[in-house]
Design a protein around this ligand. Sequence first.
Ligand code: SF4
Ligand code: SF4
Length: 289
Amino acid sequence: DEPVLRRPDWLKVQLKTTGDFQDLKKIMRGERLHTVCEEARCPNIYECWANRTATFMILGDTCTRACRFCAVHSGKPTELDLQEPARVADAVVKMGLRHVVVTSVARDDLEDGGALVFAKTIEAIRTARPECSIEVLIPDFMGNRASLQTVMDAHPAILNHNVETVKRLTPRVRSKATYERTLELLGRAYEMNQGIPTKSSIMIGVGETWEEILQTMDDLRAVNVSILTIGQYLQPTRKHLRVARYYTPEEFKALKDEGIKRGFRHVESGPLVRSSYHAHEQATGAAGA
Ligand code: SF4
Ligand code: SF4
């Protein structure tokens, strides 16, 4: 067994809470909602919430998949909660959000993979708080085209679907997903509505090579993805995949340059970058594009 790598200093963030932050947490408890910000113990939570950005996880807290990097509980999900879209919208209003990311666990047990609840959530938020831009980070819906269409028809500001890792490591990292299906989904979304920018995220440090990262960028550009985020993988618990390598801030900067060179309109690349980090800035850019 290889030794566990020590976390470099640039990954140690100072946590400070304010009264504001505690108020927001109370709202979440009251609405029985799940944010990825809290559940993934995201290091950016103070900055994001202060900037009025948050990521909600809908369709319950139990995932039908068990990806080896992910801390979300997996198992057999409970039934569908049809009041969820209204509760999310209510929380968006109470938190005064300017940008919201709506994501979900994979619900392979549902015929449409939960696409209708995504659409209803987008509609409920738009009605309750029209000034808030809405990004969806969707599962692959098992390649179901109609499900993707349902979400696209609700017209999110950004359609996000994460490739997560390079082709070679996909079977090891994302149990049931395939690299090809991810690219297919992103390409289809672009064809369905070119006015909705597509976005994807690569998590590095799981054993990929530099060339493989560049190849993944090329593959994403080939299906017209315009927004890219790149972040460092951190092992959530001892049972999860080990970190193979910590990239330096300079390497992240070099990857950003590679992304811009390839024609991505917006690239966020840094050790603590998560899929929804600085997402409100990307949405602002999207409005003018
Ligand atoms: Fe939440 Fe995403 Fe910000 Fe993390 S980066 S705090 S998950 S909105
Ligand atoms: Fe986590 Fe998504 Fe994989 Fe489920 S499908 S285990 S929520 S990354």
